[in-house]
Design a protein around this ligand. Structure first.
Ligand code: ASP
Length: 408
């Protein structure tokens, strides 16, 4: 059954690409099919995040265990996002793709985007909205994550009378997971339409053939950076988590392809959770770590923020001293974490990084024609990072529990 599905997925990719090249108008006419697939995934994601977090936290058996898993997760996220940004900065300093590109491309030709920077206070306030249902309706993920964590801790401290509440959400979670399993049968159709539409749009705009000129080195350097980010985490899978690399890649490929097709790590979350299950990552760890990591562990996005800011600085001949790059490092981490796994979320938070180095926000216009495709690659990197994060946290937690078991 699994092999047949894999064959269908491969077939849908090949047909999608061919269809996009040779029948672009027909494929675009049925692009609603892909949209339907994304809608169905997103439909399940919000209640799933809530139920998965509540059932995971309440099953962790006390604040102690929650604390250690939480600390491992946050440490991994901070490390992986920082490494991604450092890789990006080093590559940009070595290859200098922006040097030689005329600044007029940013200053004259770019389309100014009406993206105002968000003040820090409104960012904090947005995490704690007065109405959680209204926040959910606007698809704001961060407040849901915060709310679920506090709600679950409250359930634990209430004790026996909260048991029916917990049981209800655990049951609801199982129902949602069942729906995702059914939805996965539609993956080939969804992928066919999403990839076909992307290729068709690019071929209609002649982007596939158009020479990318000065941007090409930048794009290659960024993709190489993503590859390095993929690679060091792959080594963790092999040497720290001691998994069979072939088997792990084969099962992760489902989530990676969905990430590529949907451009959203959030929409991919249901699939990422199924892969974690296949990989025998403990249920309670995966259900806690994955929703959290999907929200804040956007290493590919953080790298994109940093390389783009430096690229623009190189084009404009701006200050690239160590303190200036340190500013890029810090804001890129924050901007990556704020992008919350939605398509092109990284473009919006990039304003914050650009402001910090005095690059006009209109520079983003230079990236727009390429962002749709780059977004797919950074989403894959983000999802890959989430999976490895869950695996490593699970490993560390198991070792900790074994040590504690021995010393008792
Ligand atoms: N689309 C990315 C994700 O969902 C976020 C971004 O880089 O724009 O992970």
């Amino acid at each position: 059954m699994k092999n047949t599905m894999f064959l269908f997925i491969l077939l849908s990719i090949v047909l999608g690409i061919l269809g996009g090249i040779f029948y672009p108008h027909e494929i675009i006419a049925i692009s609603w099919v892909g949209q339907l697939f994304i809608n169905l995934l997103k439909l399940i994601v919000l209640p799933l995040i809530f139920c998965a977090l509540v059932s995971a936290i309440t099953s962790l058996g006390g604040v102690n265990r929650l604390g250690s898993i939480g600390i491992y997760t946050l440490t991994y996220v901070m490390l992986s996002v920082s490494i991604a940004v450092v890789i990006g900065l080093v590559l940009l300093n070595v290859f200098k793709p922006g040097v030689g590109i005329p600044p007029s491309l940013i200053l004259v030709n770019a389309t100014p985007l009406d993206l105002k920077p968000v003040p820090f206070s409104s960012y904090v306030l947005s995490l704690f909205p007065p109405n959680i249902i209204a926040a959910a309706a606007k698809y704001e993920i961060m407040p849901i994550v915060f709310f679920s964590i506090v709600f679950s801790i409250a359930c634990i401290s209430v004790g026996t009378t909260a048991r029916p509440v917990i049981d209800f959400f655990v049951g609801l979670r199982d129902v949602l997971i069942k729906m995702i399993i059914w939805l996965m049968y539609l993956t080939p159709i969804g992928l066919f339409s999403l990839l076909g539409t992307a290729v068709a749009e690019a071929s209609i705009q002649h982007l596939l053939l158009k020479s990318l000129n000065g941007m090409i080195i930048f794009i290659c350097v960024f993709l190489f950076g993503l590859f390095l980010q993929f690679l060091w985490q792959f080594l963790l899978v092999v040497f720290v988590a001691k998994r069979n690399p072939k088997k792990f890649l084969a099962s992760a490929s489902n989530a990676l392809l969905t990430a590529f097709a949907t451009s959203s790590s959030m929409a991919t979350l249901p699939v990422t959770m199924l892969v974690a299950k296949e990989q025998n990552i403990s249920d309670d760890v995966a259900r806690f770590v994955l929703p959290l990591a999907t929200t804040i562990n956007l290493a590919g996005t953080a790298m994109y923020e940093a390389v783009s800011a430096l690229f623009f600085c190189q084009i404009l001949g701006l200050d690239l001293s160590i303190p200036a790059q340190l500013g890029v490092f810090l804001t890129a981490i924050l901007a990556g974490m704020g992008a919350t796994g939605i398509p092109e979320g990284g473009l919006i938070t990039m304003v914050m990084v650009l402001r910090n180095v005095n690059v006009p926000t209109s520079a983003i216009g230079l990236l727009l024609p390429f962002d749709r495709i780059l977004d797919r690659f950074r989403t894959m990197t983000n999802v890959w990072g989430d999976l490895v994060c869950a695996m490593i946290v699970d490993q560390f937690q198991q070792r900790r529990e074994m040590r504690e078991g021995h010393s008792r």
